[in-house]
Ligand binder design. Structure first.
Ligand code: ACM
Length: 627
């Protein structure tokens, strides 16, 4: 039995200090070792200096070190390795090694990995700094409505359709509630139950997606479109759920609610490449988004680490690109051990997920991340690599070598056409997101084929200009499938794509205005506030990444994207939370990082700024469902 313990040594001689790994043999026989493998987001850069073994390879976050010939760890003894020359200094305990294993004569033994030791000068700090909840109005609604004029409160009620021809909408509402809260009392009944209030649903004049609820002698719900009806029913369901299951809450008896969303796009992005979430998990997430009256899932299906969707005619993409394991072309990364992980969605699963979202008013926008972030794609389709490109001529910010797809390889284009055709067939939503983020500045610089392609198109040499020309060509290909381009904010660089694109401003708050100045429609998703994988506070025991900043709940809640924006140029279409999944190794961590910051973004996207209220949100957000 092997256990790895670790600390950071801030020696001034080595870049960013060094990581010391100590592997204890807690068993009662000697453990022979040839090779050590570990994964760590704080990784050695090219000229790493290793003591206790020999540095052999680093592939993104995956590191291989060899022991001296004949080396073994005696029972009760330990093996010390230091790795100096790191890309980062640690900010919390998740920065160290996340998994490790040793190999001897082909046999692999996994180590149990302890978190990185806290340095003396690093405070522990509160893990989640929950605010004092305050409930002034005993009604539970998230997002809070635009106008809340409830005058009297009554006891808990169930909801029933006043007109049985509208029963289907109530059955669907009850089913959504049951999926989200399987142990809670029923909130819907079709019978003439003494605890039920009749809800009359009527079409009338309301803003898009808006609704009005009158509480007087029963309930009247007015709306002008199906989404408005669903939002109104979900608002009633939230209030009924809280009143029926928590004695602090009541149900409105008189007065009204008049409501409509502040933003058209109220989205969540989900990265399933770094860590996979199966079809049931994605389906449940759609339920959670609908309960928050959110209406977009931006599904990040491909990245360097894995390709997660079946494409007809390109079986290699999933056969090779969806699997990471020891001794395969894509090695394990992050917290997984030598068995790695695999997973992808079949075309049938995708169709079911898309239909589930549509029934709840949540459109699913797929992302195929191009032209960078293509390691898994190129591992599956190696004929798309220019054989004359110098190996490891550049590394992405995540440490992947030569990870950009090459526009100068003729076979690249028919492969992309197959991918776009398959994706357009699976996803009816009008936008298809093609990434465009984080293309390294040296991409294609040593590829004669890419340079010839750029010269032929009269594009100046340079990664940004080549990427821009590539994206414009992709944009035209999408238009033949009747799809518009979605992309990260870099799509405006190097000449930019056509302004019919919808761009996602992530690098800074200032990007929102800058993209609008360029005439784009923009979704604001600033990493500083809306990246749910960022740590929620300073301090060693706050897990999460920090490269975009620390994102405390209150700051996420109070951040206002629509200040200082240009008038009559471009458009701020909405807001989006993003869950990048390098560290999201299962449901407990997903929930810990996502909630309640996701609810904070949902309320920011729906509720007018003057109706936002931090203590109320702090109280009500605890009632929201989790994955
Ligand atoms: C991004 O965070 N690379 C969009």
């Amino acid at each position: 039995m092997l256990r790895l313990e670790q600390c950071h040594l801030p020696e001034p001689s080595a870049q960013n200090g060094s990581l010391r790994l100590t592997i204890f043999n807690a068993g009662n026989t000697a453990v022979p070792v040839e090779k050590l493998f570990f994964t760590s987001l704080m990784r050695p850069i090219k000229d790493a200096i290793v003591t206790g073994g020999t540095f052999v390879r680093r592939f993104a976050n995956h590191v291989e070190i060899h022991a001296e010939a004949g080396f073994e760890i005696a029972p009760g003894a330990s093996w010390d390795i230091t790795v100096a020359g790191l890309n980062l200094t640690p900010k919390n305990r998740t920065f160290g090694a996340l998994s490790a294993w040793i190999e001897h004569e082909g046999t692999v033994t996994e180590c149990l990995v302890a978190g990185l030791d806290r340095p003396d000068d690093m405070p522990r700090a509160p893990v989640k700094d929950w605010p004092e909840p305050k409930i002034e109005v005993p009604v539970a609604l998230i997002p809070w409505p635009a106008e809340f004029a409830v005058l009297g409160m009554g006891p808990a009620v169930m909801l029933r359709p006043a007109d049985q021809t509208q029963a289907a909408a109530f059955v669907e509402l009850g089913a959504l509630h049951k999926r989200l809260f399987p142990t809670a009392p029923d909130i819907v009944t079709l019978g003439d139950h003494p605890d039920a209030v009749a809800v009359r649903c009527v079409e009338g004049v309301c803003p898009t997606e808006g609704y009005r609820i009158e509480f007087a002698d029963g309930i009247t719900l007015t709306y002008s479109d199906l989404n408005g009806q669903r939002h109104g029913l979900i608002a009633l369901a939230q209030m009924a759920h809280a009143a029926l299951s928590d004695p602090r809450f009541r149900f409105p008896k008189s007065g009204y609610i008049a409501d409509a969303p502040r933003h058209e796009w109220r989205g969540m992005h989900l990265d399933v490449s770094r860590n996979f979430i199966n079809a049931d998990g994605v389906t449940r997430l759609l339920d959670i988004l609908a309960w928050h009256r959110m209406n977009r899932l931006h599904w990040h299906l491909t990245d360097d680490e894995a390709w997660r969707l079946e494409i007809e005619g390109l079986p290699e993409l999933t056969a090779i690109g969806s699997k990471r394991a020891h001794n395969t072309v894509l090695p394990p990364q992050f917290a997984e051990g030598p068995s790695g992980q695999s997973g992808y969605y079949t075309a049938d699963e995708i169709r079911e997920i898309v239909a589930h979202g549509q029934a709840l008013g949540v459109e699913v926008m797929p992302e195929i991340d191009l032209p960078g972030h293509c390691t898994a794609l190129l591992a599956a389709l190696p004929h798309l690599v220019d054989p004359e490109e110098t190996e490891e001529s550049y590394h992405s910010v995540q440490g992947y070598p030569n990870n950009a797809i090459n526009p100068g390889i003729p076979e690249t284009w028919p492969a992309l056409e197959k991918i776009f055709a398959a994706v357009a067939d699976l996803f009816p939503y009008s936008y298809l997101h093609l990434g465009g983020d984080e293309v390294d500045a040296d991409s294609w610089s040593t590829s004669p084929k890419a340079r010839a392609w750029a010269a032929e198109k009269h594009v100046q040499a340079g990664a940004a200009t080549i990427q821009s020309a590539f994206m414009r060509d992709c944009q035209q290909m999408l238009s033949k499938h009747n799809r518009k381009l979605g992309g990260w904010d870099e799509c405006a660089d190097g000449g930019g794509v056509d302004t019919s694109a919808l761009l996602f401003a992530w690098r800074s708050r200032e990007k929102i205005a800058a993209l609008m100045e360029d005439g784009y429609h923009v979704v604001a998703t600033p990493g500083q506030h809306y990246y749910l994988d960022m740590a929620q506070g300073d301090g060693w025991d706050n897990p999460g990444l920090t490269w975009a900043g620390i994102s405390p709940l209150q700051e996420a809640y109070e951040y206002e994207a629509d200040v200082g924006l240009p008038e009559n140029k471009g458009k701020l279409v909405g807001l989006q939370a993003c869950m990048w999944s390098e560290l999201i190794d299962g449901t407990p961590r997903f929930n810990y990082m996502a909630f309640p910051r996701l609810s904070a973004v949902a309320e920011a996207a729906w509720t007018p700024s003057e109706e936002k209220d931090w203590p109320r949100f702090a109280a009500l957000s605890r009632l929201m469902p989790q994955l």
